[in-house]
Design a protein around this ligand. Structure first.
Ligand SMILES: Cc1ncc(C[n+]2csc(CCOP(=O)(O)OP(=O)(O)O)c2C)c(N)n1
Ligand SMILES: [Mg+2]
Length: 627
């Protein structure tokens, strides 16, 4: 069913927004604001789409009821374009807007301040804000990012591009110079002084899967279009609005939010084709893809895999997407770096069932060191199913999973032999080594934790460890922009305050975005931050024939002093060199109600095994002998 708000002509006062409590049981009683029927003309029909009003990961989050003090309602005037945009994004379940203000973006910032359902979350810079929004979207299903024209949006672009690469749905809302100034080609700040205003729209649009330049007349229709397209692809949307248009009354238009459904006939054909391949295969392995976590479909994927009875493997991008204690879990697949048993199961399977579109890139396959024949793949994407040359379009992942969950496997389900947990080794007085560090991190991580893992030696050190059940691991493996994890930690922690968020990062990466710690404290987030200080960019030292180039050195920060300097005086902090100190600091971190920060001193060239392996595959990784 669809929420169907049909709006007739008339300028509605914002102050007459009313709370409508949905009667649909599946909405979990979450209250949502809809445009008041009388003020907006008439409300012709309301039907409740069970997914529509909830956050897209199938959870509900309380709407904040309090209004900011001193915030004026937007008078008795008509609903403005920007108020409409912000409320429409709030309807997607978004309750926080990450950003940095600027004069062209004031209308956006003001509308967020006015809106009772979304709070403004100020970040130290736009790149951090984009990473935070990405992290938030991974937990909640969608996020809002607000930046100012040119200087702000361009600073955010790396992070938004990363969200596009990794399929994280960020609505990037940008305020631009007024239509009036654009029309007369005024020379204004944040431009080349050439009177051209489209220079940056094209660039930001490249970071999104769709974009809209909003005016009062197209606003309501364009918002439905970009929201649908962004949800279809689970990638960013770029929404840019000139300042004067932002404040103008929105032109009431008949709109109808689109529910993404499968084409029935296409779905039936796709499922029949999968069934035929499943029946004919002597051995099957499933790969639940990272996109399942983005869409909140982990449970549905697990049910499908259980119905099929086949083993499943994950790459690092999907680590812990289904509990690693699951009896059908065959292990982590990373090409030649996989455990032998897992490698056999994956590479010898007659049928590889890709659930959601896995990314077999250089990072997930340890430099393309695996043997995976694409002819054996059945790939279920977000919106299609592909089997060899056959493509079944317009089918949704969720619907295919539901159909697979009804399969009856004739064979006995695969059952792995349970393995011993990795031993935690080392004596209290020992220096910290990578061998002792990652097994300790694994033992420290508890059910219910969110773990944000940075690119670098850490993204090779932690993944081989088995993690507790119900852990959510967040990693930016494909885009791999260092500094992401620190920014994303902020977003994840705000998105999911009921779980503890743990950041695992190298100090070189951390230097790019460490100033965001201040905002973590300011907004009451309480992450546990584990920073490995190994005197430089170790992963780079390892990927080059000569490790000692000066460009892999870093300014020697006093990392453990950062929280205090950045306004988090109540955080628990420590700088640890021995195993005993590390154990004590981790215990204190877990007990601390506020944030915690541990600087871990490691050896300059002490690398996890996988990194040592990567060092032997420089040619495959870079396409030549020299890096
Ligand atoms: C934005 C960005 N700049 C540069 C790089 C290249 N790069 C990848 S890993 C890395 C070093 C990471 O060092 P650190 O965080 O200290 O981790 P370590 O390997 O030392 O544990 C660099 C510079 C990148 N991936 N992203
Ligand atoms: Mg380092």
């Amino acid at each position: 069913m669809i929420l169907n708000v049909l709006v007739a002509r008339g300028n509605p006062p914002l102050s007459s927004l009313v709370v409508v409590k949905t009667s649909n049981e599946q909405s979990n009683g979450v209250e949502h604001k809809l445009q008041d029927a009388h003020a907006f003309g008439r409300l012709i029909a309301i039907e409740q789409d069970s997914r529509y009003f909830r956050s897209r990961n199938e959870r509900t989050y309380p709407m904040r009821e309090t209004k900011k003090e001193n915030a004026e309602p937007s008078t008795e005037k008509a609903t403005s374009v920007i108020d409409y945009i912000v409320q429409r994004l709030a309807d997607e379940g978004i309750t926080d807007c990450f950003g940095v203000p600027g004069d062209y973006a004031f209308p956006v910032c003001d509308a967020v301040e006015r809106n009772p359902n979304i709070r403004w979350v100020g970040c130290s810079n736009e790149l951090n804000a984009s990473y935070a929004a990405d992290g938030y979207a991974r937990v909640r299903g969608a996020a809002m990012l607000s930046t100012t024209y040119a200087v702000g949006e361009l600073s955010a672009i790396n992070g938004v591009m990363g969200a596009k690469a990794e399929r994280s749905l960020v609505y990037h809302v940008v305020g631009m110079p007024s239509y009036q100034n654009q029309r007369v080609h005024k020379k204004v700040h944040h431009t080349f002084g050439d009177g051209v205003f489209g220079n940056f729209v094209n660039i930001s649009a490249q970071a999104a899967c769709c974009h809209a330049v909003i005016d009062p007349d197209n606003c309501m229709i364009e918002m439905e279009r970009v929201i649908t397209e962004a949800r279809r692809n689970n990638q960013p949307a770029y929404i840019v609005v000139p300042g004067d248009y932002a404040l103008a009354p929105v032109t009431p238009t008949e709109v109808r939010p689109v529910t993404l459904k499968s084409n029935k006939a296409s779905l039936e054909k796709a499922v029949a084709a999968i069934a035929e391949r499943v029946r004919g295969a002597k051995s099957i392995v499933a790969f639940p893809a990272f996109t399942l976590a983005r869409l909140g479909l982990q449970k549905e994927a697990r049910q499908a895999i259980e119905a099929l009875g086949c083993p499943f493997a994950t790459t690092t991008m999907e680590k812990s997407i289904i509990d690693e204690s699951h009896p059908q879990f065959a292990g982590l697949y990373a090409g030649a770096l996989s455990a032998e048993k897992a490698r056999q199961i994956v590479e010898d399977a007659e049928l590889v069932l890709d659930l959601g579109g896995i990314s077999l890139n250089d990072e997930t396959t340890a430099g393309f060191s695996g043997r995976l024949d694409s002819a054996r793949f059945v790939s279920v994407g977000l919106n299609d199913v592909r089997i060899g040359e056959q493509v079944f379009g317009n089918v949704r992942l969720a619907d295919v999973l539901a159909a697979l969950a009804k399969f009856k496997s004739p064979a006995l389900p695969y059952r792995r032999t349970p393995e011993q947990a990795q031993p935690v080794n080392g004596k209290p007085a020992d220096k910290i080594t990578m061998d002792s560090l990652y097994s300790r991190y694994a033992a420290f991580i508890r059910p219910g934790d969110n773990v944000v893992l940075e690119t670098g030696s850490a993204s090779l050190g932690l993944p081989p460890m088995t993690l507790a059940d119900d852990v959510r691991l967040h990693i930016q493996m494909l885009w791999g922009s260092i500094g992401w994890a620190t920014g994303a930690t902020f977003g994840v922690a705000l998105a999911d305050p009921n779980r503890r968020t743990i950041l695992i990062t190298g100090e070189g990466s951390h230097q790019l975005t460490a100033n965001e710690i201040g905002n973590m404290g300011r907004y009451g987030a309480n992450p546990i931050i584990l920073v490995l200080n190994n005197d430089g960019y170790m992963v780079e030292r390892a990927l080059e024939p000569y490790p000692d180039w000066s460009y892999n050195d870093l300014a020697k920060w006093r990392y453990a002093d950062l929280p205090r300097a950045l306004g988090c005086a109540d955080w628990t902090t420590a700088r640890v060199e021995t195993i005993g100190e590390l154990d004590a600091a981790m215990k204190a971190a877990r007990e601390s109600r506020s944030g915690a920060y541990i600087e871990v001193i490691g050896g300059r060239m002490d690398m996890p095994k996988a990194l040592a392996f990567a060092h032997t595959r420089i040619k495959e990784l870079y396409g030549s002998d020299a890096a």
